[in-house]
Design a protein around this ligand. Structure first.
Ligand SMILES: [Fe+2]
Length: 289
């Protein structure tokens, strides 16, 4: 079965198929198998390089930021996004692996961008009632790299990370690099002048089933790897039932459906950006009957 997708913008993108560590025990006889856009993908390492096959045919794959990325069409619209923090000295790179969620990848990314749900879904971690207001922030389109940024976001968080011992007002920046890849930069608790980076890489198994991978580039010198991973899984585990109960599972892109409020400026920009690039995979298109 080949890719079950007629969204050219998705086929021409780089989509993750998981951490490169998956290939450690993969062989020609027993490749690592996963599912992307409805197709079974076989992955292994040959001559030190990753190889991806669908129906016995090689598909374009690269290894970057300790993850594997497939371009289903073999004609990528651009090079893979930059992630300079991955290589910055002093940061710890922690792969939190993924969590399976029965939702659209677009819903997953939009949820990642939303600060409004912190006090309710992540109570006593990323937010706290009654401090529920999302202060205004700036949204910018980076025309050169075709990315969206939200800057100057602020939010009071009782426990912003595993190493946090008190509540602090946390500065945030969000960045959407691809419809299914986003980054979050937030005040590092142990180094308030720096920002930790969290990557969200979504693997769409199909339009309504994904694995959401999380990669940290952190300044935390205190927590163990297990502590950091378990904190992220706690947060993602709180989002999972909310996402799986959203109806419809796919994201409506028609204007006026699910009317956003002021604090959803990033969501509005994200949906507009998806519409402009013609994203339909995981979406209900604006002109759908
Ligand atoms: Fe959340």
């Amino acid at each position: 079965m080949t890719f079950q997708c007629n969204d050219q913008s998705m086929l021409d993108d780089w989509l993750t198929v998981g951490p490169a560590s998956r290939l450690a025990s993969a062989t020609e006889a027993r490749p690592f198998q996963t599912r992307l856009l409805g197709a079974e993908v076989s992955l292994l390492r040959s001559g030190g390089r990753p190889v991806a096959r669908v129906d016995g045919q090689d598909v374009m794959v690269l290894e970057a930021y300790s993850y594997l990325w497939v371009c289903p069409s073999g004609k990528p619209r651009r090079t893979l996004f930059a992630f300079p923090e991955f290589h910055e000295e002093g940061r710890r790179i922690i792969d939190c692996d993924g969590i399976g969620v029965a939702t659209s990848g677009l819903r997953m990314v939009e949820n990642f961008l939303d600060m409004g749900h912190f006090p309710y879904v992540h109570a006593n971690y990323l937010g706290q009632v009654p401090m529920t207001e999302v202060p205004e922030y700036d949204v910018e389109i980076d025309e050169v790299n075709d990315e969206i940024w939200a800057k100057n976001c602020r939010f009071f968080q009782p426990r912003t990370s595993k190493s946090a011992t008190t509540g602090i007002e946390v500065g945030y920046r969000y960045r959407v690099m691809q419809p299914m890849s986003a980054m979050l930069y937030k005040t590092a608790f142990s180094r308030p002048q720096e920002q930790d980076a969290i990557g969200l890489f979504v693997q769409p198994h199909d339009e309504e089933h994904i694995t959401a991978f999380c990669l940290l580039a952190y300044y935390d010198d205190v927590s163990t790897d297990t502590d950091l991973i378990s904190f992220q899984h706690t947060i993602f585990g709180q989002d999972k039932p909310i996402l799986e109960n959203q109806v419809p599972a796919r994201m409506p892109l028609e204007r006026g459906v699910e009317i956003p409020t002021r604090c959803d400026a990033m969501s509005v920009a994200y949906r507009r950006w998806l519409t402009e690039r013609g994203t339909s995979y995981g979406a209900i298109a604006a002109n759908a009957p």
